[in-house]
Design a protein around this ligand. Structure first.
Ligand code: AMP
Ligand code: MN
Ligand code: MN
Length: 326
């Protein structure tokens, strides 16, 4: 396992960064490590960069200290969390490129080697990057602030301990985190379920306008820029819609897309054991995990749907062929 203390020892300036459109694990893992580094290396300057942070996570300690505008300063060390492809840093990429040394903590498939091997802790089947931060710093280093951050990261990336990435160890660690006494019901409610009315309307609209394809095995929904403008909403208001679509009985794959700028779509994919969406996302320039992945594509919404569903169809055909051989 990577030795986080050895890597940070003696560094005067350390920057942390995570992926664009940061989710609960991006927040939880990076704010958890940020708290740990500040107390462990008080003589170093530690900065956590996050582009356009979602105020939903403002209940987490350290949120008010986030830096949102990367400088061209050369930090002694840059640590990337919850991503292994420097393009996903967005405009924070410059920090990684200018840093004298880099490190990476991640659980996505297809690690792009953005840090030397000794500075990389990439465990593809880990529930969350937050759980990896727990392992790296060790249970004894956890305090009140770190506990709530790591718990939030685990809750978000496991769908409140529902997804298949949840292990006995994940639950044991979460159980230990609860001993710090924070309001865990509130964390789950805030980070995972709570919506403002605008978000509720957008969820409703997405479900109402969704279509079923491939004999009901695929569900698709699209939110355009026009709709976002109508509700005075942004992409941050669309969290959780794809998982809700995925709950539809008989569905193997949920495809939710929203228009980011004219003619460009951010696509979120969720699946069950029948389809590997990471393979699909990677093929189309994105990535993620077997059952949760994402990508960005240009073209009309129909082009995007055709491209993605063609890949889903390919997997069904491959599976059928395999089964007929057996
Ligand atoms: P999302 O649908 O954006 O919630 O993403 C689902 C999972 O896929 C998350 O773990 C993301 O970090 C990951 N992901 C989303 N988009 C990309 C991308 N373009 N490249 C690599 N991983 C991605
Ligand atoms: Mn993430
Ligand atoms: Mn994650």
């Amino acid at each position: 396992m990577m030795d986080i203390n050895r890597i940070c020892e003696g560094k005067k300036s350390i920057a942390l960064g995570t992926h664009i459109r940061p989710d609960g694990d991006a927040f939880g893992s990076s704010l958890g490590l940020y708290s740990y580094l500040k107390k462990t290396f008080p003589e170093a300057r530690i900065d956590l960069y996050m582009i356009d942070p979602n105020p939903l996570f403002s209940f987490l300690p350290g949120f008010d200290e986030l830096k949102t505008e990367p400088s061209d300063e050369a930090y002694d060390l840059f640590i990337a969390l919850d991503m292994g492809d420097k393009e996903r840093l967005g405009k924070a990429k410059v920090l990684l490129e200018n840093a004298l040394e880099t490190a990476c903590i991640d659980h996505h498939l297809g690690y792009k080697g953005i840090a030397p091997e000794a500075n990389s802790y990439v465990v593809e089947d880990a529930s969350s990057t937050a759980e990896l931060v727990y392992d790296l710093i060790g249970a004894d280093a956890v305090d009140d602030d770190i506990a709530i951050c790591i718990y939030t990261g685990i809750v978000c990336d496991t769908g409140v301990f529902q997804y298949s990435n949840t292990t006995q160890k994940t639950m044991e660690k979460a159980g230990y985190l609860l001993t710090f006494g924070f309001d865990h019901s509130r964390v789950i409610s805030k980070a995972f379920y709570e919506k403002n009315y605008r978000q509720t309307l957008l969820l409703g609209r997405s479900l109402l306008e969704s279509i079923l394809l491939m004999d009901g095995r695929v569900i698709v929904s699209v939110i355009t820029q026009r709709t976002l403008r109508f509700y005075n909403a942004t992409s941050k208001d669309l969290e959780g819609i794809v998982s809700q679509m995925k709950h539809t009985k008989g569905v193997d794959v949920a495809i939710f897309m929203h228009e980011t700028v004219t003619g460009e779509y951010k696509v979120s994919l969720r699946s069950n054991e029948n389809i590997d969406v990471e393979v699909i996302a990677r093929k189309l320039g994105g990535g993620g995990h077997e059952r949760a992945a994402g990508l960005t594509m240009t073209g009309s919404s129909y082009d995007v749907i055709n491209n993605v569903t063609a890949e889903v169809e390919k997997q069904y055909k491959e599976k059928e062929a395999e089964e007929s051989v057996q």
